[in-house]
Design a binder for this molecule. Structure first.
Ligand code: GYE
Length: 307
């Protein structure tokens, strides 16, 4: 470009890739780690990041995406707060020829030409892993297992799929019964509030809590203790994410197991953005590899945790 007669500052500016990222919000420890990962790796990759926080509201997210289109960013990435209702804005991005990457969460849209790639976890499989852990834990007993469920944000892909995967596994044995199921919106405060209501309604009948994320489980643990019960003993607690707070709860003997869901999507996102700019095709689906951590291994694993 310099050789072509452009002044140096123009040439550099022209080279810088601009990524617009519309984040869900700051609802959980997972989300904070995801935001950090995106910001750090954009910096590292020399990509200019335009970051918008939608505060868990779809309308804010749609507004942010429209602003990115108006600013003619090179690539748009976002983590859809809910699965439906993004069709129109995705079509606007496509019409403007701006590639869209779905990061972390998917959308429920038939036309998969509306995004170039979806990178993130297999939430149904996470739900199955939670279910398999419970089946194994309860395998010696024929007694009824009364489960209460704290769902993630209503209509979000992880809430829908984590419920589905878990039910798929436990439905094989009629002793497992979900007696209450309600959203805690992926936050500690809501997790605590809804667990209080569950305890009021069902009391000692509750054998198991299945929480769609660690933050809600951590909030619920407080509610359980305040009700005079012992978390992880009187009530078996299963959650998802594997954040530091969950490992601390496991090491304190208050959480039985956390199914891993990695928020560290930044590096692969930046690689994908660079590849797109270089004209390469990128995989339509990139699935995060992850494991399951029961409390027995928490202390040993803790030093290795990166979020
Ligand atoms: O599990 C939860 C967060 O979409 C996988 O969103 C993510 C979920 C995560 O708020 O903690």
């Amino acid at each position: 470009l310099v050789a072509a007669g452009l002044p140096l500052h123009k040439a550099l500016a022209a080279d810088k890739i601009v990524l617009g990222f519309a984040q869900v919000g700051a609802e959980s420890e997972w989300r904070a780690a995801n935001t950090q990962s995106v910001k750090d790796s954009a910096k590292e990759a020399g990509i200019e990041l335009k970051f918008a926080d939608a505060q868990q509201k779809q309308e804010n997210q749609i507004k942010a995406i429209r602003a990115f289109i108006a600013q003619k960013v090179d690539v748009i990435a976002f983590s859809p707060v809910v699965a439906t209702g993004f069709g129109p804005v995705l079509r606007e991005a496509k019409a403007a020829k701006i590639p869209v990457i779905l990061s972390d969460r998917s959308v429920d849209e038939k036309d998969d030409s509306l995004w170039v790639s979806f990178m993130g976890s297999d939430f149904t499989e996470e739900g199955r892993r939670a279910g398999r852990w419970l089946v194994e834990k309860m395998k010696g007993s024929k007694d009824t297992v009364n489960i209460v469920e704290l769902q993630g944000t209503t209509g979000s892909a992880p809430a829908i799929e984590r419920k589905k995967g878990f039910e798929e596994i436990i439905s094989a044995d009629p002793k497992f019964k979900i007696i209450r199921s309600q959203t805690g919106d992926f936050t500690r405060a809501k997790g605590k509030e809804v667990m209080e209501a569950f305890l009021k309604a069902e009391g000692k009948k509750i054998n198991v809590l299945y929480a769609h994320n660690d933050d809600m489980a951590i909030g619920a643990i407080q509610a359980i203790e305040e009700a005079g019960l012992k978390p992880a003993k009187d009530i078996t607690i299963i959650s998802i994410d594997g954040v530091k707070g969950a490992f601390e709860a496991m090491m304190a003997g208050k959480l039985n197991v956390s199914v891993e869901c990695s928020p560290l999507l930044g590096p692969q996102l930046m690689q994908a953005v660079k590849d797109l700019k270089a004209g390469k095709t990128i995989p339509k689906r990139i699935v995060t590899q992850e494991g399951v951590f029961p409390m027995e291994v928490a202390a040993k694993e803790f030093p290795n945790r990166k979020y």
